[in-house]
Design a protein. Structure first.
Length: 134
């Protein structure tokens, strides 16, 4: 996996130099795809982990944003769609991003930057959430 580092210049009298790692789209997609194979999806009904959020005009934006906020403690998460357009987004933009992505991709996925927590949304208006290897 290739990471790109961005170095932030250190002001005088500052602490240690900070280095932030930013993953590119291809590596976000590859890492997420590998980890999704071992996710323990939470059962929300006796026989299924999928729950309905609506589609199109019936999409329950408040419910979805609440789920994102509760499930991901970070302020930014990854939106994983494909090798070319996966990206880091502010958690607050999750609803807008999934509404745009669902027209092009069958199952856009949100995950944390450690690739441990996942919410997958499906075109038919359902979603599921889970944690890697619990």
């Amino acid at each position: 996996v290739t990471f790109h580092s961005i170095e932030i210049p250190r002001p005088l009298n500052a602490g240690p130099l900070c280095t932030f790692t930013k993953m590119d789209s291809k590596n976000i997609f590859i890492a997420c795809s590998a980890m999704l194979q071992k996710v323990d999806w939470e059962k929300v009904y006796d026989d299924s982990e999928w729950y309905y959020l609506g589609e199109g005009e019936e999409f329950k934006t408040d419910l979805f944003q609440t789920k994102i906020n509760e499930f991901f403690p970070e302020t930014s998460i990854y939106l994983v769609t494909d090798r070319h357009r996966s990206k880091e987004i502010p958690k607050a933009n999750a609803v807008k991003e999934v509404q745009n992505a669902i027209f092009e991709f069958s199952e856009p996925t949100f995950c944390d930057k450690e690739f441990k927590r996942f919410i997958t949304f499906n075109k038919i208006g359902v979603a599921k959430h889970g944690v890697f290897g619990t």
